[in-house]
Design a protein around this ligand. Structure first.
Ligand code: TYM
Length: 334
């Protein structure tokens, strides 16, 4: 890592099985950007407990997610891959930022509205202040850029608002981060209801392609994808199912949407679905193979976890100490 590079931060929750949406909207861009930036990729396990979790399952999923980051092609020697809960600065900064965030702002967050409607028996304060912890994640590392899918844009905007508010009182403490949204794949929709985003928590297993799905399931899910009765392959809002398939195809093959539309000119939906299935398989199969190899190497993964937690904590503490001083906490006596 050199100091000349700009800083990139992003994270994912270890809740549920990761979907193709997570991969195409975020993880794939992380890999592409890794060389250009000094990168911090966190497994945000603290965010996960805003919804009730089975502790053993969460632990297992968090480790699998960290391994998956590496399997996807992020070099853990050059990039900092770590668990959020291993760096206490996240919680400490989140507390301070809570005092610079308004209830009104948080009440407008669509994710809070959706999740509280879904988990009516557990509308906890953590769910409400979730975006503040996310702001702390990003601001602790003075990130310039945050690659995410479109669904996280609102959280990025509140992060910028909080940072600007803090800076306007205390001077230039935080870098104001920019979202990085990929050209294709930033919002992959459900295969069964293309009006909704593909989500880890969807109850219908045919709605999502999971990163660990076997090739036959992937092909079958693509074949069953909901389309329409128009019978033409065009990229337009009136055909959300076809549009989504073209997005997936383009993101998996690296072709532009225009190129993909031309390629399928005159084809039927069956051909499109088959090609999408093959494109997804060819992206996910190498990732799965690498994941299975890495998973076995316990000592290697443990080493990464240990070294990177230290590296992340070092950077995080620098920002935290600065912030603590600014707000007036007494200096530590050594
Ligand atoms: P999470 O875990 O829900 O999703 C991880 C990433 O995947 C993207 N994504 C999608 N992209 C395209 N199409 C979809 N259907 C789709 N579904 C999910 C998300 O936009 C995200 O980039 N709050 C965050 C995690 C987080 C974070 C952060 C992210 C915590 N702190 C700091 C960036 C920076 C979340 O729940 O993502």
């Amino acid at each position: 890592m050199t100091n000349e590079k700009q800083i990139l931060f992003s994270g994912m929750q270890a809740t549920g099985s990761l979907t193709l949406g997570n991969y195409l909207g975020a993880l794939k861009n992380w890999v592409n950007l890794a060389d250009e930036y000094e990168c911090y990729y966190s497994v945000v396990d603290m965010h996960s407990i805003t919804i009730r979790q089975d502790p053993a399952v969460l632990r297992k999923r968090a480790r699998a997610l960290l391994t998956l980051y590496i399997a996807a092609g992020i070099d853990p020697e050059k990039n900092c891959i770590y668990y959020q809960s291993h760096v206490s600065g996240h919680a400490e900064l989140a507390w301070i930022l809570n005092c610079f965030t308004y209830m009104g702002e948080l009440s407008r967050m669509t994710q809070f509205k959706d999740k509280s409607a879904k988990h009516t028996d557990n509308i906890n304060a953590g769910l409400f202040t979730y975006p503040v912890l996310m702001a702390a994640d990003i601001l602790l590392y003075q990130a310039n850029v945050v690659p995410v899918g479109i669904d996280q844009m609102q959280h990025l905007e509140i992060t910028r608002d909080i940072a600007q508010r803090f800076n306007s009182i205390y001077g230039d403490v935080f870098t104001i981060p920019e979202a990085y949204i990929g050209k294709v794949g930033a919002k992959i929709m459900s295969l069964q209801d293309p009006a909704r985003k593909m989500s880890k928590s969807d109850e219908n297993p045919n709605a999502s392609i999971y990163l660990m799905d076997d090739p036959d399931s992937i092909r079958r899910k693509c074949k069953r994808a909901v389309t329409d009765s128009e019978g033409v392959i065009l990229y337009r809002d009136e055909q959300p199912g076809v549009k989504n398939l073209l997005d997936i195809y383009s993101a998996c093959t690296g072709k532009s949407v225009d190129e993909s539309v031309k390629e399928f000119d005159g084809c039927g939906y069956g051909q499109l679905k088959e090609a999408v299935g093959e494109a997804v398989v060819s992206v996910l199969q190498p990732l799965q193979t690498r994941f299975k190899e890495l998973e076995k190497d316990k000592a290697y993964i443990d080493g990464i976890i240990r070294a990177n937690a230290e590296k992340a904590a070092y950077t995080a503490n620098k920002t935290l100490r600065k912030v603590q001083k600014k707000v007036g906490f007494p200096e530590r006596i050594r």
